[in-house]
Ligand binder design. Sequence first.
Ligand SMILES: CSCCC(=O)C(=O)COP(=O)(O)O
Ligand SMILES: [Mg+2]
Length: 261
Amino acid sequence: MGVLPVPAEVRAILLDIEGTTTPIAFVQETLFPYIKDNVKEYLRAHWEEEECQRDVGLLRKQAQEDSSLDGAVPIPLESGSGEEELERVIQAVVDNVHWQMSMDRKTTALKQLQGHMWRAAYATGLVKGEIFKDVVPAIRKWREAGMKVYIYSSGSIEAQKLLFGYSTEGDILELFDGHFDTKIGPKVESESYRRIAASIGCATNNILFLTDIPREANAAEEADTHVAVVIRPGNAGLTDDEKSYYSLISSFTELFLPSST
Ligand SMILES: CSCCC(=O)C(=O)COP(=O)(O)O
Ligand SMILES: [Mg+2]
């Protein structure tokens, strides 16, 4: 590690969040416990709202797709009215959310609900999005050098905007030219990177993707996107093969842009 020259053809930097811009500990020890602790109350309070019903509908559909998986939790339709019936369905949603989270599933259904639930946590100041110190100054420099900067996270776009809008560095949403989540496709599938390039309006090799997860780096690379794996405190260790194969950085300041002499 030290200095990583950015290929001259790169026009856009695509950033993962957890383990890249943000400590894994913040996601695992602050954001996720908030969901586990509050999901039942949230569902009770918002059940009649259209957005909540859409989220439950997505979770129910996902539960049907997951029905053959070990430990899968089905979500029944409400049959009839009454407090007891409502509680039965809400409990099934809670159990489903807990089950998905126990495996750190990245389903769009789970991520949509999480994004909606975090709104109150950020807006009331209970939670502030943690950002590594090198991130903001580096992105400012990249942008000054004419680079476009995008986010691609499994967290929903709404959750991404909350994290950066209410961050330890203030509201830094202006630093990003756009956001992508799993609605464009999973991060471990190369087609997602082709779709992102098409959406940005560039070729896949005009993009440099920074992530902590080798499987994601591999998918991006298969689509001919440049990649670097980010080593941050608390990230999962890499194998020796991964360490020697991928370009590695431990701080965004290690990226060297051709025009930043
Ligand atoms: C952006 S909100 C919290 C992040 C999250 O829910 C998640 O699953 C992290 O995934 P990433 O793709 O950013 O590693
Ligand atoms: Mg990550």
